[in-house]
Design a protein around this ligand. Structure first.
Ligand code: SAH
Ligand code: SF4
Ligand code: F3S
Length: 470
């Protein structure tokens, strides 16, 4: 396998755009506006990829539909991180046999991380014969060429080359909503945590050119976006593969210097690469939101070591203390895995201790799921499902208590929030976010959407805050 990053040329992307126009002509000749259904599983990286798929589809002349039965093209962008996500995809793809039977020229396309696993694409080839196209994340930029191939030749297309990964600039993007935007700053992961499939399906770490990132941010701010999230599997590795000496803190500072009234968020940060410099940069950059998602996964040092996380509990807690000293009102969130192979209940209790020490505002909790080809999948895993579930429930109960206490501490305060959407609940017509990204439900006019507004918090529970516009 080639370990270098492939930079896709402008000419290659222009060729893809020509395919888009050729596809548009095919559907125009049929005299209809074609419809596409795009469904996305997994993380924000996948959401960002789906925005590119929609961008290409729009260039092909497609409108979008939420109804797979009406769609001329169905694209399902999949996630491989846990078995549950995979089972849902397979169930939904299986059901598409019926939509295809009713609409035989429908094209069914599967992409994303799950497809990059050889045993999955093989299973689709053998057992899901109604699927027309399977492609992996590394060749997403060729999506128009694949669709053109399906429309002009017979046969199915399977394209999941195993590469270190590419960077493709200039793919059109259709974003959803006009308030929040994702900006990928890097792709891939080099960390190989022993439970995780991501490095196998997303390739090696590769950073985008900072000038192109800044251009994208300027463009988004000009279009009125107010909340910009810089994305990568481990943004703290940004720049390590560039030869300009830049790191993620430098990038944050440059994004912060873009004129305009907007917030900057970023995810995800690996604790081993979260530095004092990063914390100081967060503290001094006024547009960088006071929030950090810093996954710790487990609280026991033996478990952390077998997970290949390359930090101890104390090192993690030291970083949290340093950050809190600089930004006392920092909102902290994390990811936790319960039931890693060999983790005892006593070791799991060290995870609970981290919750008590840090007091996260929210936590994303997962029961360990073995992933084919990862080292952890080979490890002895003697604990029963029931015991894992009991530990999981203890974790969730403790976090619920902490979240509720932290949320209730907002009551009576006035917070500058970004109104980011409308809700179907007539009592709370609007949704908003605090700078630390806590959800606030409130009543008010829909033209408040996309504005920063002062909100007095009147009530709270473990999930959200409730407030009034002033
Ligand atoms: N790059 C990000 C996380 C990507 S996956 C990071 O390192 O923080 C998101 C989360 O899914 C992980 O943080 C982890 O908590 C969880 N996860 C990953 N693999 C898993 C597995 N095999 N079983 C259960 N949870 C897993
Ligand atoms: Fe997975 Fe670890 Fe990479 Fe995150 S840092 S994507 S958990 S291997
Ligand atoms: Fe899932 Fe791939 Fe993201 S495995 S979590 S969609 S990088």
């Amino acid at each position: 396998m080639d370990t270098r990053t492939t930079h896709i040329s402008t000419a290659d992307i222009d060729r893809q755009k020509e395919y888009c126009l050729a596809i548009k002509a095919v559907y125009a000749a049929r005299g209809v506006t074609p419809l596409a259904f795009v469904d996305t599983y997994g993380c924000q990286q996948n959401e960002a990829d789906s925005e590119r798929i929609r961008g290409y589809l729009a260039m092909m002349g497609f409108d979008f539909t939420p109804d797979e039965k009406q769609a001329d093209i169905i694209v399902i962008n999949t996630c491989a991180v846990r078995e549950h996500a995979e089972q849902r995809v397979l169930g939904n793809v299986g059901a598409l046999v019926h939509t295809k039977r009713a609409k035989p020229d429908q094209l069914i396309c599967l992409c994303g991380c799950m497809m990059q696993q050889p045993h999955v694409s093989e299973k689709i080839k053998q057992s899901f014969r109604h699927v027309d196209l399977v492609f992996g994340p590394h060749v997403l930029w060729k999506f128009p060429q694949f669709i053109h191939g399906l429309l002009t030749r017979r046969g199915r297309i399977f394209q999941t080359p195993d590469e270190a990964g590419s960077i493709a600039e200039g793919i059109p993007v259709v974003r959803q909503g006009g308030v929040k935007a994702w900006v990928s700053v890097m792709y891939g992961c080099n960390n190989f945590c022993s439970y995780c499939i991501v490095p196998y399906v997303r390739g090696r770490e590769r950073s985008r050119d900072p000038e192109l990132i800044l251009d994208e941010v300027r463009q988004l701010v000009a279009e009125g976006y107010k909340d910009i999230t810089l994305l990568g599997q481990n943004v703290n590795s940004y720049g390590k593969d560039l030869d300009n000496g830049m790191d993620f803190s430098d990038l944050l500072e440059q994004v912060n210097a873009v004129p305009g009234d907007f917030l900057i968020r970023f995810m995800t940060s690996h604790p081993k690469d979260a530095t004092q410099k990063l914390f100081e940069t967060m503290a001094k950059c006024e547009k960088v939101a006071p929030v950090l998602h810093l996954p710790f996964q487990a609280g026991n040092d033996r478990v952390l070591k077998v997970m290949n996380r390359r930090h101890t509990r104390e090192q993690y807690l030291d970083k949290v203390r340093a950050l809190k000293a600089l930004i006392p009102d920092i909102v902290l969130t994390s990811d936790v895995i319960v039931g890693f192979p060999g983790e005892t209940t006593q070791e799991f209790e060290d995870t609970l201790k981290v919750l008590v020490a840090v007091r996260y505002d929210a936590l994303f909790t997962f029961i360990y799921s073995p992933r084919v080809g990862t080292p952890a999948a080979q490890m002895d895993d003697p604990m029963s499902r029931e015991e894992k579930l009991a530990n999981f429930n203890r974790l969730v109960a403790l976090q619920d208590e902490i979240s509720e206490e932290k949320h209730r501490a907002y009551i009576g305060k006035t917070v500058r929030c970004l109104v980011d959407g409308v809700s179907d609940d007539p009592r709370w017509a609007l949704t908003a976010r605090t700078p630390g990204n806590r959800l606030v439900r409130l009543d008010g006019p829909t033209d408040a959407v996309s504005k920063f507004m002062d909100v007095t918090i009147t009530d709270a529970n473990k999930w959200s805050l409730y407030g009034e516009l002033i």
